[in-house]
Ligand binder design. Structure first.
Ligand code: CA
Length: 239
């Protein structure tokens, strides 16, 4: 018998909390709930759950503060922020503080479950390896990125990418399924001396998409998280 993975739901709205708890219990998880920041921190430290779903609008403290504290003490535990706030700067702040993903209310339970599976898979990969995927050849549907040979193909067609375009694609592949913020990506590719102006990243991304014949409105590979960053999609069959 396998041990059920524990998920901590931090949410002061009982309707939403019960709705999430039932769906996650049906999905085979053990659910813990907290309705305040104070309870959340206590339960977090005593149970060390496999994952936390964190509402930002809590009665006693800003969820952002709770997020920061949890990530400082246990960075390995994935946290998905579940919030009614759709403000872009809040989303960026949460992701830069280490949130693993961000779901805006109202959301569908199947979307939430898919995000949870992705976050748990990433956490498992991190605990096995040095923090990011070690793969050297990546696939997404018909797109293949071969890191050692510096080759990108779509189906049988090889596509030429500049060094920066290739690095961006590799970064997205190594963190497949996760939202990467503009500032974080720019630091990874160009280093901390580059200004955090997104323009350079946007230009490169436009070129990548043109070469991949990607329609940004209906992406097959890379989804834009408006005002926040980019996310590499995952194979539909994987969900
Ligand atoms: Ca709330």
């Amino acid at each position: 018998m396998s041990m059920k993975q524990k998920i901590l739901i931090v949410e002061d709205d009982r309707t939403i909390s019960h709705f999430m708890a039932r769906a996650l219990e049906d999905g085979g998880y053990q659910v813990l709930t907290a309705e305040s920041a104070r309870d959340a921190k206590t339960i977090f430290l005593s149970h060390l759950p496999a994952l936390v779903l964190l509402d930002l609008g809590l009665p006693d403290e800003d969820g952002i503060v709770v997020l920061g504290q949890m990530k400082v003490s246990h960075p390995e535990i994935p946290i998905i922020v579940v919030s009614a706030r759709a403000w872009e700067d809040e989303k960026v702040r949460a992701l830069d503080l280490g949130a693993d993903d961000y779901v805006i209310k109202p959301f569908g339970i199947s979307e939430l479950q898919a995000r949870i599976r992705t976050a748990l898979r990433h956490a498992a990969a991190v605990s096995r390896g040095p923090g990011i995927s070690n793969e050297e050849v990546f696939h997404l549907n018909d797109l293949t990125l071969d890191v050692p040979h510096h080759r990108v193909t779509v189906g049988d067609e090889e596509i030429h990418f500049t060094a920066h375009e290739f690095q961006i694609l590799e970064l997205l592949f190594r963190h497949k399924g996760k939202v990467l913020t503009y500032a974080w990506m720019i630091r990874q590719i160009w280093g901390s001396y580059m200004s955090t102006d997104n323009q350079i990243l946007r230009v490169n991304m436009a070129n990548i998409r043109r070469k991949l014949k990607e329609n940004p409105a209906q992406p097959k590979y890379i989804q834009t998280e408006l005002g926040v960053g980019y996310r590499m999609l995952e194979e539909e069959s994987a969900e």
